[in-house]
Design a protein around this ligand. Structure first.
Ligand code: UDP
Length: 366
């Protein structure tokens, strides 16, 4: 008999397992895939840590979270500075003085950049933006919206910007300094040796079963544990009885190339609608010590999630949030099962939020 059965060995499940094991509970982790780590899983190929389920860049402003994750790995000083390619033009992201001066050759100073953006948004400024298009134009004006936001966002979400919630774009900083750091957070980096090592350390000494689809053998596993922590999709747990929540999923086309440096940066976003992928990741640039004579790139194609696909991004619009709340009502009535993590919570979470959520949950256990 186990005290805790943990379904899913991603960040939420693995932190829960580690902390509960430390408290002396007997824990079993079940993992559907043939490896641990969920979507932060990295695999070393040709001496390069490949982010198999998309680029994960750790960033947080929470010192406790930063100290917590540093127990399990040393982080390098990678700072995410993506470049956007719009047709044959290259721009620095996030939107900052490097972007503005390249876009408008008559702009040299922050006040000139502000005046230009003001002129560009004047006619369409909305006091209370209700969708992503309005929010984006309010923030940076029409040209940047057209070149760097419209196509990329439509590809990523499969919907027009005017049909998307405004909050998505609030992730992106707009700066009037020459600073290409994509995140505003105090701490940032990539774990040296890859993310999988973090999860291995967390699960060290804990029983883990790979290739087990809990939902298919629920009755059997429920009998052997007093409590369950389920980190999969909530709608799947309830067999989609109210209908499926919407997600975006990502398909990666990964290639090993016979060259040392393919694109000169870890992340290049393709912001025009015509290029079918959203971005190309060149994994070795997340690290600074790869001596590999080869390089590995992944093209990311975004698409609507269908049953059987891996869910990546929850679509947190009103309709889906309402549906999620119906499932949440069911979940709240359960007595010995807890739902957590990005999928269990149906939230567009960054890794630091997942860590915080897991630690808060563990602390709430008597
Ligand atoms: N975004 C954009 N152009 C870009 C990068 C981002 O318009 O070149 C917007 C877009 O609306 C996207 C959101 O910012 O949905 C968040 O993008 P990001 O790449 O940060 O998301 P991630 O996949 O890294 O979580």
């Amino acid at each position: 008999m186990y005290d805790y059965l943990i379904v899913g060995s991603g960040l939420y499940g693995s932190i829960s397992a580690y902390e509960l094991n430390k408290k002396g509970y007997k824990v079993l982790v079940l993992e559907k895939r043939n490896h641990i780590g969920g979507n932060i899983y990295t695999e070393n190929i040709c001496d390069i840590n490949v982010h198999k389920y998309g680029a994960h860049i750790f960033h947080t402003s929470n010192k406790d979270v930063w100290n917590y994750i540093n127990q399990f790995a040393e982080f390098n000083n990678y700072i995410n500075s993506p470049v956007a390619r719009y047709k044959n033009e290259l721009y620095n992201l996030p939107f900052n003085m490097n972007t503005f001066t390249k876009l408008w050759p008559d702009v040299f100073t922050p006040s000139e950049a502000k005046a230009k953006i003001e002129a560009e948004r004047k006619d369409s400024y909305k006091e209370n933006p209700t969708n992503l298009e309005e929010q984006a134009i309010n923030l940076v004006g029409k040209t940047i919206y057209e070149k760097l936001i419209k196509g990329y966002t439509a590809k990523q979400w499969g919907k027009k910007c005017s049909e998307l919630p405004a909050f998505i774009i609030k992730r992106l900083p707009v700066r009037f300094t020459f600073d290409n750091n994509y995140f505003n957070d105090r701490y940032q980096g990539i774990p040296i040796g890859g993310y999988t090592k973090i999860i291995e350390k967390m699960l060290d000494g804990i029983e883990v079963k790979l290739n087990v689809d809990y939902l298919k053998e629920k009755d059997k596993y429920n009998k052997i544990a007093k409590n369950i922590i389920y980190t999969g999709a909530l709608d799947a747990y309830y067999d989609y009885q109210y209908g499926a929540l919407e997600y975006r999923t990502v398909r990666f086309e990964t290639e090993i190339l016979d060259e040392v440096n393919h694109q000169g940066n870890a992340v290049i976003n393709y912001t025009d609608y015509e290029v079918p992928y959203t971005r190309i990741i060149e994994h070795k640039h997340f690290e600074f010590d790869s001596t590999s004579p080869k390089t590995i790139i992944s093209k990311e194609y975004s698409k609507t999630w269908e049953k059987g696909d891996e869910p990546y991004y929850p679509i947190n619009d009103e309709k889906n949030n309402e549906l999620y709340n119906k499932y949440k009502d069911l979940a709240n009535k359960e007595s010995n099962i807890h739902f957590g993590g990005r999928l269990g919570s149906y939230k567009y979470y960054d890794m630091d939020k997942v860590i915080l959520e897991a630690l808060n949950y563990i602390n709430s256990i008597k």
